[in-house]
Write a protein that binds this ligand. Structure first.
Ligand SMILES: [Fe+2]
Length: 298
């Protein structure tokens, strides 16, 4: 990654990120019209030469920035690329690969633990509208599966009463952000409904491991929703050069456990986040930024 200035890299990627006209059209079509599954799976991105997968952050190095360029080009088509201080120290491009020390952590650096269904940063007022996962290298045994479940697919299994319930019932969404550690459970007094927006085509935020129900009946309804979410999930296996674009306002995603060999052949994913409401956030927060600290309310 020779070019570390993100604005320069972003500008260069817009000019010459390497996406084909067809790939650009598919991304724009997904942005404008969406789809029932809530994700777009593209193949054959020009990711350049990929060295051995590192096994520590300190060893992270790439001879070129082709993968970063095409990932940023795709991100720019969807919105503004942003970061969060708690995710890779605010880096706009996050690199994930197995670390021995993090094998069982509920984080993207884990590998032998399943990551449960979640909408990315569901507790955050500035949550990503899209997340993009670019696969630099598949796991050596081909076990890793990303699951995406969408509210549009779930709606067929929900009654009108269920939909009304999840528009009205508030759950306490806990934050896992802290200055000192990941995967804590912080109460930031973020009480919000699972469904929001247009009742005919709702938005969806869902993170059952980090949602506290106010009563047993609300927990039972959450379990009911979780069963439907898993029943309609779509599995995606990412290979080298694959890009997965996820609509974070319509879906939750999960990841299966997989085997890591820690020998340079392991799974390597680059991730970005895109927001579409930058002007609104700037107006409400009085600051134009690319890296967003925790915002509980706008
Ligand atoms: Fe995630």
């Amino acid at each position: 990654m020779p070019n570390t200035n993100i604005d320069e890299l972003l500008a260069a990627s817009i000019n010459s990120g390497g996406l084909s006209q067809e790939q650009i059209a598919q991304i724009l079509h997904f942005k404008i019209f969406g789809n029932r599954s809530g994700f777009l799976h593209l193949q054959g991105l020009p990711i350049g030469h990929i060295p051995a997968t590192p096994t520590s952050r300190e060893a992270l190095a790439k001879p070129d920035d082709a993968s970063e360029m095409c990932l940023l080009q795709a991100t720019a088509l969807l919105g503004q690329a942003i970061g969060y201080p708690q995710e890779s120290n605010g880096a706009i491009i996050n690199n994930f690969f197995p670390h021995q020390a993090h094998s069982k952590a509920a984080s993207s650096d884990s590998y032998d633990t399943e990551l449960d269904l979640h909408t990315e940063n569901a507790f955050h007022a500035v949550l990503p509208d899209y997340l993009l996962l670019l696969c630099l290298r598949q796991d050596p045994l081909g076990e890793a599966i990303t699951y995406v479940t969408s509210i549009d697919a779930m709606l067929e299994h929900l009654s009108n009463d269920d939909v009304a319930y999840f528009f009205n019932q508030k759950y306490n969404f806990l934050s896992d952000y802290s200055a000192t550690s990941k995967n804590c459970r912080l109460d930031i007094n973020k009480h919000q409904s699972v469904l929001y927006g247009d009742p005919d085509s709702p938005y969806f935020r869902f993170d059952p491991q980090f949602m506290v129900a106010p009563a047993p009946e609300a927990q039972a309804m959450l379990n009911h929703l979780n069963n439907i979410a898993w029943a309609v999930k779509q599995p995606v296996k990412l290979s080298t050069g694959d890009l997965l674009v996820i609509d974070n306002r319509k879906t939750a995603h999960a990841r299966s456990p997989f085997t890591a060999l820690l020998d340079g052949s392991d799974r390597w994913i680059q991730r970005t986040f895109a927001i579409t409401g930058q002007h609104y956030y700037t107006e409400m927060l009085g600051k134009n930024q690319r890296v967003y600290d925790l915002v509980a309310e706008l």
